[in-house]
Structure formats: structure tokens, C-alpha cells
Write a protein that binds this ligand. Structure first.
Ligand code: ADP
Ligand code: ZN
Length: 317
């Protein structure tokens, strides 16, 4: 196989399942395999290694590996625990090396980022974010996660950002304690699928569009978007995840509540007349997660090429 035909490998490590993917983009996925993210992390990591080893034998050496993981994760390239899942509330997965381990095994440039940053990067490369260099991907599902891209890169400082855990102004009269084990009523604690279920006493999927629980969800998510508009000024916000995807009525309500909350302060068409084009579903649908891992691999390859003298397998950012 000529070098130009080499493929990228990706691993989307989610809280419940893990997707391994091989290819070069949405139109060229050569292989995809899903495994449960077991409570016993060693089982899961060995299964991932098994898939990657098999693909290497079948398809030849890969160009780079990308890992897009649930977090929090350590993305600091100079940290001894770079590539680790750190303080997660998922039992059995605290302080787990993922990227160093897989990178050493494959001997490839390895990119490592959060699952939501990966999904955002994939939207930028192949999906609804094409043509923009500042945008964000929000998922409202089992948790709430936000991937923010600024100047074409995921935001990174002392570590990654965690907008799913910001505190928001409560809707007047709301006394629900929230479900986040760290913060109670942060936005994930107020508006994630489990939070809606706790508040309503029934799974979110069973609630009618006029159930009062949605008023709180709309209010909270509009507060999250308000903060995003004012901090990184995204050109587009992609809003997805199981809760949003299952409740078509939420989009317009969130758009209107965001406008109401900003109250005319930001004079941009995106948060005015054009709001229906500003807050939109992700373009890659259910594939934005797995393709996120491929996008992280593509960026890692690019970075490694620019740092040819870098010996370490773990080239991150
Ligand atoms: P994850 O966040 O684990 O990747 P999803 O994005 O699919 O998974 O989100 C799962 C969450 O979505 C669950 O909390 C579930 O209650 C919620 N959900 C699933 N279907 C619907 C629906 N039709 N309406 C509202 N919420 C839903
Ligand atoms: Zn929280």
C-alpha cells in the first residue's frame, strides 16, 4: 500500500460505549467497531488495543491515532499524566492512562482531546462548521459537554474548558437541588437527561412538550449559551445530544430565550434575526463523536509533521 493510502485511526471513548474508527473522513470510513466501556478499565483498554492491532495487520500502518475521551482529562503535553482520564466520577476510571499507553503501543503521533472538542473539530473539518474558525459544539445527553473552537483549535489553557459545569442564574422560584455530584445545580446538574428525570420523576423521553420541566431546561440552556456568546463569540453553535435530538420543540424555545436573556446587548444578526441559523444541529449527526477522534488524529499528524524532531509518540498540541 503506498504511503499516501495510509489511514487515520480514532478512538472515541465515551462513558457508556467506545467507538474505534479507521479511515480518512466521513466519506472514507474503512472500519468501525463499538465496545462497551466496561467498569473494569483494563478490559476496555485491552479490547481497544486488540481492535487497533487487528486493523494494523489488515490495513497496514496508520498515519496517526486520535483519542477523544470523556473527561476530565489531562491535555498538558508536559505533564507526567498527559493523556490520562483524571478526576472522573465514572467508577473504576479515575487516573487512567489512555493516550500514552496507546501511543507507545502503536508508535504513532497521538492526539488527545475531550470527546466534545473532538466532535467540534470534526464539525469544523467535515460538517456544519466548515468555513468558520470560531464555533462550539454542545451536547445535552447523560451529561452536558461543550467543545469550543477558537482560531481553528480547541481552547486550551491550564487544561481544557468545562462549560457543562458552569453555574447559571436559576429560573425564579426554582428550588431543585440538581444532580451534579460536584456542584449540585451547575448546568449539567440542572438540564442533563438524568437531571430532567430526577426533576420530573420520569425519563425525559416520556415528557410531553408542554411539561413544565422543559421551561427549566430551556432557561438553563439559554443561560449556558448566553455565557458562550459573551466569552468566545462563536460564529455558530451546534446543539445536539439525546435530549435535544429527541425534543424538536426545544430549539426554537432556546433560541428565543437566548435572545430574551441577551436583551439586545449584542448587536449581531446571529443573536437577532438570524438566530435560527446560529443555533443549529450538528451536521455530522451521530457520527460527530467517532469522526471527532479522526479529526484529532488528523491534527496530531499535522502537528507531528511540523515537529519532525519530536521523538515522543505523544504529540498533542
Ligand atoms: P450520551 O450523553 O450518554 O452520549 P445521549 O446523547 O444519547 O447519550 O443522551 C442520553 C440522554 O438522552 C439520556 O439521559 C436520555 O434520558 C435522554 N434522551 C433520550 N431520548 C430522549 C428523548 N426522546 N427526549 C428527551 N431526552 C431523551
Ligand atoms: Zn457540575
Amino acid at each position: 500500500m503506498p504511503a499516501s493510502a495510509k489511514l487515520l485511526a480514532g478512538v472515541e471513548l465515551g462513558g457508556t460505549k467506545c467507538v474505534c474508527i479507521l479511515g480518512t473522513g466521513p466519506d472514507d470510513v474503512r472500519a468501525i467497531e463499538r465496545l462497551p466501556t466496561a467498569l473494569e478499565r483494563e478490559d476496555t483498554l485491552r479490547q481497544i488495543e486488540g481492535v487497533l492491532d487487528r486493523w494494523r495487520q489488515q490495513f497496514g500502518p496508520m498515519r496517526a491515532l486520535g483519542i477523544a475521551s470523556f473527561g476530565p482529562v489531562d491535555l498538558r503535553a508536559d505533564s507526567p499524566t498527559f493523556g490520562y482520564i483524571t478526576s472522573t466520577s465514572k467508577a473504576g476510571w479515575r487516573n487512567t492512562d489512555v493516550a500514552q499507553r496507546l501511543g507507545k503501543r502503536l508508535g504513532l503521533p497521538v492526539g488527545f482531546d475531550t470527546d466534545v472538542n473532538g466532535a467540534a473539530l470534526a464539525e469544523g473539518r467535515w460538517g456544519a462548521g466548515r468555513g468558520f474558525d470560531n464555533f462550539a459544539y454542545v451536547t445535552v445527553g447523560t451529561g452536558i459537554g461543550v467543545g469550543s473552537i477558537v482560531r481553528g483549535r480547541s481552547i486550551f489553557g491550564m487544561n481544557h474548558t468545562e462549560l457543562g459545569h458552569i453555574r447559571v442564574v436559576r429560573k425564579p422560584g426554582d428550588t431543585f437541588a440538581g444532580v451534579c455530584p460536584y456542584h449540585g445545580d451547575c448546568i449539567e446538574g440542572l438540564a442533563s437527561g438524568p437531571a430532567i428525570e430526577k426533576r420530573a420523576g420520569r425519563p425525559a423521553a416520556q415528557l410531553a412538550p408542554d411539561d413544565p420541566a422543559w421551561d427549566y431546561v430551556v432557561h438553563g440552556l439559554a443561560q449556558l449559551l448566553h455565557t458562550m456568546v459573551l466569552t468566545t463569540a462563536p460564529q455558530r453553535i451546534f446543539l445536539g445530544g439525546g435530549v435535544i435530538g429527541g425534543q424538536a420543540h426545544l430549539f426554537e424555545r432556546i433560541q428565543q430565550e437566548l435572545k430574551r436573556s441577551l436583551n439586545g446587548y449584542v448587536e449581531a444578526p446571529e443573536v437577532g434575526l438570524d438566530i435560527a441559523r446560529f443555533i443549529v444541529p450538528p451536521g455530522l449527526g451521530a457520527m460527530s463523536g467517532p469522526l471527532g477522534a479522526l479529526a484529532v488524529a488528523a491534527d496530531a499528524e499535522h502537528l507531528a509533521a511540523g515537529k519532525a524532531h519530536t521523538v515522543a509518540a505523544a504529540v498533542s498540541r
